[in-house]
Design a protein around this ligand. Structure first.
Ligand code: F6P
Length: 507
């Protein structure tokens, strides 16, 4: 395979970026109708790309890349259950969890299994209703934690469900203690969520919670490794399924979302799936120029490979979405943090930028100074919710005035004779607006990012669905455990040895 089949396209993009170097966003934005032409609405989602640093010719070049990279065919492959994760010889069928948009037998079978799992989830939720349980602790990490945690945090109030749901992820024993401190073991159920059922953090925390509960009957598991969960002590009847065709970071739509169903109710969980399903139908069916996912992915490529930006912010102007950056960080960075192509050859272009973010307006009073005047330009996705769910109208107006002000100031800057008070502007942003924050709109939003990530991986020729990079640290940690326990152990690395000596020194 050619190490860089899309080389001419990336070179063309860089040529466009060079051509546009002297044309700031505030000038580009004056192009008639651009402010509305570079906007799309898909169901409850609206996105506006008018404040990106491209013009019509550069956009044409981006869509030419999408064409050569065969975006529609590659999307179809994923929905049809092709082995889009060749290094693990796996499909990535998270779409089958929320929509039945493929006739391929493997996708149909996956959809049927997913439906059966939903039926089982409903039974679990119903069965718990008739017990004294008031609280549920979800124990998992990474993809087995971040998505459900985000959705529960975003949507719980003002929709208080029957159960309060809490999350424990970090292996730091303090995390478990802090959650359990306020709970009554007799009124608490727990779910151990782990695709592999081999994750150190989850098993340790699961053990702590199991002991604290004192009664195994309120302990459930969600896993693809039923044998291991059963061996750990959870009977099969209380194990809900996962499958190797769902990646952890794409798994909140499966029984991994049980904490969501418990916190918000099954109808809300199903509305979340339906919202994601709408985005699935959109990415599959919309023409390229009408396709929000294509726009989002191509904009990411533009900022990374044509303009060379090495970080990307996501700023939620909705306090309920403050965990969105954390979830997207895993979806984006675990998927796209790769430096070799599918065939193992070095990737020709820079891949994932550092994704990070926070909630506005808080971020304006912490790190936005650097975004306005720092030497690095940091493009941002700004996510807002038009309709508030609370009575504080004036607060909501102020929130939106800030959201609009920041993106305008980033784009336009402001001249001043005093260099300290000058704003260069020309900082790109995409505005993503939800009509209201509902299970449906949140499902669509998360699915937008999932699909965008996949298309970026297609353009770079990398595997978005493996994550071997996380393994080395796990292995080293395991090898250091005996030394941490004070047992005699060979530690070859001199710096690690010195650090261990300091940590284990008698005090
Ligand atoms: O669900 P598991 O198997 O416990 O894995 C948890 C997480 O760990 C990772 O493998 C990364 O360490 C993620 O990809 C995954 O979501």
């Amino acid at each position: 395979m050619d190490a860089s089949p899309f080389k001419q396209h990336f070179e063309a993009l860089r040529a466009h970026a060079a051509r546009l170097a002297g044309t700031p966003i505030r000038v580009l934005a004056q192009t008639p109708a651009r402010a509305t032409d570079l906007a799309l609405r898909i169901g409850p989602l609206y996105a506006n790309f008018a404040r990106q640093r491209y013009d019509a010719a550069a956009i044409d070049a981006l869509f030419a890349l999408a064409d050569t990279a065969q975006f529609p065919e590659r999307v179809r492959d994923q929905f049809d259950g092709k082995r889009v994760n060749p290094t693990e010889d796996r499909a990535a069928l998270h779409t089958a969890l929320r929509s039945a948009l493929s006739d391929a037998p493997i996708a149909v079978a996956a959809h049927e299994e997913a439906q059966a799992a939903i039926t089982r989830m409903r039974r679990v939720v119903d069965a718990l209703q008739d017990t004294p349980v008031t609280d549920v602790v979800s124990i998992g990490i990474g993809g087995s934690d971040l998505g459900p945690r985000l959705v529960v945090d975003a949507l719980s109030p003002p929709r208080p469900g029957r159960f309060r749901v809490h999350f424990i992820s970090n292996v730091d024993g303090a995390a478990a203690q802090r959650v359990l401190a306020g709970l009554d073991p007799k009124r608490t159920a727990a779910i151990v969520v782990s695709k592999t059922f081999g994750t150190q953090e989850t098993l340790l925390n699961g053990g702590i919670v199991r002991e604290w509960l004192g009664d195994d009957s309120r302990l459930l598991a969600v896993t693809a490794n039923v044998a291991r969960a059963a061996e750990w002590g959870i009977p099969e009847a209380r194990i809900l399924p996962m499958w190797d065709w769902v990646g952890g970071r794409y798994s909140l739509w499966s029984a991994v979302g049980l904490p969501i169903a418990l916190a918000l109710g099954m109808p809300a969980f199903e509305a979340l799936l339906a919202g994601a399903g709408e985005m699935d139908a959109h990415v599959l069916q919309a023409a390229p120029r009408e396709n929000l996912v294509y726009w989002h992915a191509l904009t990411a490529i533009w900022n990374r490979n044509a303009l060379g930006y090495s970080t990307q912010g996501v700023f939620a102007y909705d306090d309920r979405l403050k965990l969105l950056p954390a979830h997207l960080q895993q979806v984006v960075m675990e998927s796209l943090g790769k430096s070799v192509r599918l065939d193992g050859s070095p990737v020709a272009e820079d891949t994932v930028p550092v994704w990070w973010g926070g909630a506005g307006t808080d971020v304006q009073h912490s790190f936005f100074q650097a975004l306005h005047q720092g030497t690095d330009v940091i493009p941002g996705d700004f996510v807002g919710t038009i309709q508030a769910d609370h009575p504080n109208r004036e607060s909501h107006r102020a929130l939106f005035a800030n959201l609009l002000a920041q993106t305008e100031a980033f784009a336009n800057g402001q001249d001043n004779d005093d260099p300290h008070r000058r704003y260069a502007g020309n900082r790109p942003s995409t505005m993503v607006l939800l009509d209201a924050l509902t299970p449906r709109s949140l499902g669509a939003l998360i699915a937008l990012y999932e699909h965008s990530v996949y298309l970026q991986s297609v353009a770079w020729g990398i595997n978005a669905f493996d994550q071997f990079g996380v393994e080395l640290g796990k292995q080293v940690a395991n090898s250091l455990l005996p030394a941490m326990r004070g047992q005699k152990a060979e530690v070859a690395d001199p710096v690690t040895r010195a650090l261990l000596d300091e940590i284990l020194r008698e005090r």
